[in-house]
Write a protein that binds this ligand. Structure first.
Ligand code: AMP
Length: 398
C-alpha cells in the first residue's frame, strides 16, 4: 500500500511517499517559494537529490508537479498516479470540531474554511492542497490529520483563558495546542520502549525546534500543552517570544505607535532567541557563540531552558508525578547543551541524566539518557510526524 503525505505551508509543500508494507519512504521532497517563483527539491530513495526551478503560482500547481515527479521515468517511483492508495494531509488547525483525524469531505473543508480567521497562515494552503487532490485524484481517499486534535480532550479549566467568557463563546478564543501529531507519536514510542501501556504512564514530551512546545501526556491523553490560541504561547522559541505579560504588547503599541501587524511581526519574527541574542534564531549558532563567551547568546539559551524547566515542573505537578521525559525535534534531538541545561538541578522531581550518555548520544534513534537509579526515564526520541499521518491515513482510508 502506498500513501502520499502532504504538508502544505504558507509558501511550501513538503511531501513523502510511504510504502506502508515496508514502512519505507520511497520518495520525498519540498516545493518552495510557491506564489513567488518556485523551486522543487525531490529525492528518490537511493538516488541523488533533484532540484528544479519551476513556476509554482499556487499549491494546486505544486501538487501537479509532485505527482509528475512521482511518476516520471527518471525520478519517479511509481508507474502511475493510480498506484497511490491514499493521501494524508497535515492540517495545523482543526478548530473545535475536528477532534480527530478524519476523511476529507466537502463538509470538513467547509468547516476548515470557516475557521480561517483563527488560522490565517496555515489554513488556506492546507485547504488548497486538499481541494487540488480531490480534483486531481477524485477516487483516491483523502485523510486530514490535525495538529490540534491530540488536545481535544483537554479539560475546560486548562484551555479557557481567564478573560471575559464571551470571547470564548463568540470568538472561539481558547488554548488549542499545536505539534500534537509529534507529541502523540513520541509519547506512544516512549510507552513501546518502556514496554508499558501508554494508559499507565505519566509523560512530558518536549518538542524543541524553531517552534517549540511542551505537552503533559497523562495516562495516554494530552492534558495540557504550552502552545495556545496560536503557536505563540509558551517558551521562548527561535523567533517567537512565547508567553509574556500581555500589557507589554499594549504598552509598546501605545508608546511606539505600532500597528497590530507590526506588533505581531515583532512578537513572531523578531523575538525569542533571535530577539534576545540579536544574532540568530538557530540554536547551533547560539551554542557556538555562548561557548566562546558571548553573554547575549548565553542569556537567550538560559531564558529558553528555564522556560522549559518551568513547564516540566508545572506539568509534573498537574499530573502528580512523572514516569518519563522525552526530548524531540531539531533542538531536542541534537542539542546536548540544551538537554543538560534543562535537566540540571531537577533531581527533586526524579529527573537525572547521565552526563556521558548525553555527551555521546547517537543521532537518529531513540536514545536513553537516564542516569542509573533515576526515578524518571529521560529519552531522546526522534519525531516522525509524517509516518504518524501515514498510519492515521491507512487506518481511515479503507
Ligand atoms: P526544527 O524546527 O525541528 O527543524 O529545529 C530547528 C532547530 O534545531 C534550530 O534551532 C537548530 O539549531 C537546531 N538543531 C541543532 N542541531 C540540528 C541538526 N543537526 N539538524 C537540525 N536542526 C538542528
Amino acid at each position: 500500500m502506498k500513501i502520499l503525505v502532504l504538508n502544505a505551508g504558507s509558501s511550501s509543500l513538503k511531501y513523502q511517499l510511504f510504502d506502508m508494507d515496508s514502512g519505507e519512504v520511497t520518495a520525498k521532497g519540498n516545493c518552495e517559494r510557491i506564489g513567488a517563483g518556485g523551486t522543487v527539491t525531490h529525492k528518490k530513495a537511493g538516488a541523488d537529490k533533484y532540484f528544479e526551478e519551476i513556476d509554482l503560482p499556487d499549491h494546486g500547481r505544486a501538487i501537479e508537479v509532485v505527482l509528475d515527479l512521482l511518476v516520471s521515468a527518471e525520478h519517479g517511483v511509481i508507474g502511475s498516479i493510480g498506484e497511490i492508495d491514499a493521501v494524508g494531509h497535515r492540517v495545523a488547525h482543526g478548530g473545535e470540531q475536528c477532534r480527530e483525524s478524519t476523511r476529507v469531505t466537502e463538509s470538513v473543508i467547509k468547516y476548515l474554511e470557516s475557521i480561517v480567521p483563527i488560522n490565517p497562515l496555515h489554513g488556506p494552503p492546507a485547504i488548497a492542497g486538499m481541494k487540488a487532490c480531490l480534483a486531481l485524484m477524485p477516487d483516491v481517499p483523502q485523510v486530514a490529520v490535525f495538529d490540534t486534535s491530540f488536545y481535544s480532550e483537554i479539560e475546560d479549566f486548562r484551555y479557557i483563558y481567564p478573560i471575559p467568557y464571551e470571547y470564548y463563546e463568540k470568538d472561539r478564543i481558547r488554548r488549542y495546542g499545536f505539534h500534537g501529531t509529534s507529541h502523540r507519536y513520541v509519547s506512544a514510542e516512549m510507552a513501546k520502549i518502556l514496554g508499558k501501556p501508554l494508559s499507565e504512564l505519566k509523560i512530558i514530551t518536549c518538542h524543541l525546534g524553531n517552534g517549540s512546545s511542551i505537552t503533559a501526556v497523562d495516562h495516554g491523553k494530552a492534558i495540557d500543552t504550552s502552545l495556545g490560541f496560536t503557536p505563540q504561547e509558551g517558551i521562548a522559541m527561535g523567533t517567537r517570544s512565547g508567553s509574556i505579560d500581555p500589557t507589554v504588547v499594549t504598552y509598546l503599541m501605545k508608546t511606539k505607535g505600532y500597528t497590530p501587524d507590526e506588533m505581531e511581526n515583532i512578537l513572531n519574527k523578531k523575538s525569542g532567541l533571535l530577539g534576545i541574542s540579536g544574532m540568530s534564531n538557530d540554536c547551533r549558532n547560539l551554542t557556538e557563540a555562548s561557548e566562546k563567551g558571548d553573554p547575549m547568546a548565553t542569556l537567550a539559551l538560559k531564558i529558553m531552558t528555564n522556560g522549559i524547566k518551568r513547564y516540566i515542573g508545572a506539568y509534573a505537578a498537574e499530573m502528580n508525578g512523572l514516569d518519563a521525559l522525552v526530548f524531540t525535534a531539531g533542538i531536542g534531538e541534537n542539542q546536548k547543551n540544551i538537554r543538560r541545561m534543562v535537566c540540571e538541578n531537577m533531581s527533586y522531581l526524579g529527573i537525572e541524566i547521565d552526563a556521558d550518555k548525553n555527551e555521546n548520544f547517537v543521532r537518529g534513534i531513540p536514545f536513553d539518557l537516564t542516569k542509573e537509579g533515576a526515578k524518571v526515564q529521560t529519552w531522546i526520541i526522534p519525531t516522525d510526524e509524517e509516518y504518524m499521518i501515514a498510519l492515521d491515513t491507512k487506518k481511515l482510508a479503507f
